[in-house]
Ligand binder design. Structure first.
Ligand code: HEC
Length: 207
């Protein structure tokens, strides 16, 4: 579900930017008549694309686990998108080059911010003392909670609800070590994988 939305979001954002760039280029090169023709032709697809853009974006925002120090990047990104839209509408309507260019700048900037956010957040806060322990809870928090949540129920990136998993310790250990589908293999040794499995089964399952 999540990955479906993410891919759709990237696709519609790319299409949206593509249309935007064409319009801005036409405006900046004084091809106003062509711009009007293009805008009229693209009107309906553009409306659908904009709608999907916002819909998938809002859904993705609801899927983020907040509390990360980079989270304000996401809010800045949102503000940039919402400021750029009226600027673009007015800019293209009045053939105002400044406004159109500013709007394009804002929207590409917000796209870049989103990328920075995901890169930064993707860098796991692995501290070596945690990585050396056999403390199942600590290992779980570092390696698993970003997708499965502290209680196992989060379901980020399409993750399964661990509180209802039917797997036994060995089955779970296998998945931790080798990964499954979009879930990456965890960088832990056998004993650590066993400790995590024990923790999940004894503490998260059935809660
Ligand atoms: C990047 C996100 C991500 C991380 C990190 C992650 N998982 Fe997963 N996990 C998933 C996804 C997605 C699935 C569903 C995979 C599938 O079925 O194709 C999954 C499935 C599972 C399953 C199978 C559940 C079932 O009943 O079928 C278990 C068990 C599991 N994860 C445990 C863990 C543990 C323990 C960790 C930490 C060592 C972990 N996961 C880290 C995303 C993640």
């Amino acid at each position: 579900m999540y990955t479906g939305f993410l891919h759709t979001h990237y696709l519609v954002v790319s299409l949206f930017l593509f249309i935007y760039v064409i319009k801005t280029v036409l405006l900046l090169s004084n091809k106003n008549e062509l711009l009007e023709k293009f805008s009229a032709k693209i009107k309906v697809p553009e409306m659908i694309i904009s709608f999907l853009f916002l819909l998938t974006g809002v859904y993705l925002m609801t899927q983020v686990t907040y509390g990360n120090k980079y989270d304000n990047l996401l809010w800045i990104k949102l503000v940039m998108v919402f400021v750029s839209i009226p600027l673009a509408i007015i800019g293209f309507k009045r053939f105002n080059k400044m406004l159109a260019a500013l709007s394009l700048l804002l929207i590409t900037g917000s796209f870049g911010l989103g990328e920075v956010y995901h890169k930064k957040k993707g860098i796991a806060k692995v501290d070596s003392s945690t990585m050396a322990t056999l403390d199942g809870k600590a290992l779980y928090e570092v390696n698993c909670a970003s997708c499965h949540g502290g209680d196992g129920k989060l379901g980020m990136s399409g993750a399964k609800d661990l509180s209802v998993s039917a797997l036994d310790t060995n089955g779970m250990k296998e998945i931790i070590i080798h990964g499954k589908g979009v879930m990456p293999a965890a960088q832990v040794n056998e004993a650590q994988a066993a400790a995590i499995s024990e923790y999940v089964i004894s503490q998260l399952k059935g809660h």
